[in-house]
Design a protein around this ligand. Structure first.
Ligand code: SAM
Length: 288
C-alpha cells in the first residue's frame, strides 16, 4: 500500500498523518507490529489500524491527535530533504500550466530530494512516466527512498547523470529544469522535448530569469511566461479573520515556454515575434 486516499478506515500499510495540538504533525506508514513514539507519547500502530479516518486518538500519556490521510502538500512539506525543494504552491501552478496529467511522459532535472518528482509521479498516474536526472549520487538515492515511501517509485526512471551530456529521451510531453543554470542546457532540452511541448523552470533571482529568457528566445521558444506565486494564509477565526503573521515571501520565479517549429517566411516570423512578446492575457475567470 502506501499513500492511499481511498477507503474510510486506516489499513495496514497506509500512510497516516497524526495531527496534534498546535498542528504538530507526524506522517508514517502503518505496520501492525510497530509503535509510534514522539515527545508527545507512544501509540501502537495496531490501535490506529481499523479506525475511521478523522478519528481522535490518544498517546499513552493522553496527548490527543487526529488521524488523517495526508494530502500531497502534507507529504511534500514532510519530505526528507537534503536540497532546496519546490514548494507546493509553486508545484500546483507548474502542474496546471504544463498540463501534467495521466499517461504523459515528463522529464525533469535535477531530481534533488524528489519533491517535484513526487508530484509529477502522482499526476501522470500509473499509465504515465517520469524520467528524472540527477548529477549527485546522494540526492539520486534519497529521492528514490522518498518516492518508495509513497509507492510511486515504479512510475519514475531515476538517472544518475549530468544533463550536460544530454537526455536519452526524445519526444517527451513536458520538461522541467530545476538546476542553477538551466540556460546552459536548452539545446539538450530542444532535442528531448517534442515540438509544442511544455517547458518550465524555477529560478530564485531575476538576473537568472533574464539569462534563461534570452536563451529560450534564441531557440524558438514561444508563449513565454514569467510569474511568481504568492500564497497568503488567513487565521480561520470567523470573528477575527485576518492574515497570519508570517508568510513565505519568496521562493522563486517560474518560467514557462513552448518550443515551436518555425519556417523562414515573413508571416511566421511575425507570429513568432508576437507569441514571444505577448502579455499574458488576464483570464476571464479572474474576478467575481
Ligand atoms: N526539484 C527538486 C525538488 O523539488 O526536490 C530540487 C532540485 S535541487 C534545487 C537541484 C538539483 O539539481 C540538485 O540536486 C543538483 O545536484 C542537481 N543538478 C544540478 N546540476 C545538474 C546537472 N547538470 N545534471 C543533473 N543534475 C543537476
Amino acid at each position: 500500500m502506501g499513500w492511499n486516499l481511498h477507503g474510510t478506515h486506516a489499513c495496514e500499510g497506509d500512510l497516516v498523518q497524526l495531527v496534534g495540538l498546535r498542528h504538530k504533525s507526524f506522517i508514517f506508514k502503518l505496520r501492525s507490529e510497530a509503535t509510534f513514539q514522539s515527545h508527545r507519547g507512544v501509540i501502537k500502530h495496531a490501535d490506529i489500524i481499523g479506525q475511521p479516518w478523522g478519528s481522535p486518538i490518544f498517546s499513552h500519556n493522553g496527548s490527543p491527535f487526529f488521524m488523517m490521510q495526508p494530502a500531497l502538500s502534507d507529504l511534500l512539506k514532510n519530505i526528507q530533504r537534503s536540497t532546496q525543494i519546490i514548494y507546493p504552491k509553486d508545484i500546483g501552478h507548474i502542474l496546471v500550466t504544463m498540463a501534467i496529467g495521466p499517461g504523459l511522459h515528463v522529464l525533469e532535472a535535477g531530481t534533488g530530494s524528489g519533491a517535484l518528482t513526487t508530484a509529477f509521479a502522482y499526476a501522470v498516474g500509473p499509465s504515465g512516466r517520469v524520467t528524472s536526472y540527477e548529477i549527485r549520487p546522494n540526492f539520486h538515492e534519497l529521492a528514490q527512498k522518498n518516492l518508495a515511501l509513497l509507492d510511486l517509485q515504479d512510475r519514475v526512471d531515476f538517472k544518475l547523470r549530468d544533463i550536460a551530456e544530454g537526455f536519452d529521451e526524445t519526444g517527451v510531453d513536458a520538461l522541467f529544469l530545476d538546476v542553477a543554470n538551466p540556460w546552459d542546457y536548452i539545446p539538450q532540452v530542444v532535442r528531448a522535448l517534442k515540438p509544442g511541448g511544455f517547458f518550465g523552470s524555477l529560478l530564485p533571482t531575476t538576473n537568472q530569469v533574464s539569462q534563461l529568457l534570452a536563451m529560450l528566445k534564441n531557440h524558438h521558444f514561444a508563449f513565454l511566461d514569467v510569474c511568481e506565486i504568492f500564497l497568503r494564509y488567513y487565521r480561520p477565526e470567523p470573528e477575527r479573520l485576518r492574515p497570519t503573521d508570517r508568510m513565505v515571501a519568496h521562493t522563486g520565479f517560474l518560467i514557462f515556454g513552448r518550443p515551436i517549429l518555425v519556417s523562414e517566411n515573413e508571416e511566421t516570423s511575425l507570429l513568432l515575434k508576437e507569441a514571444e512578446e505577448a502579455e499574458p492575457v488576464e483570464d476571464s475567470l479572474g474576478g467575481r
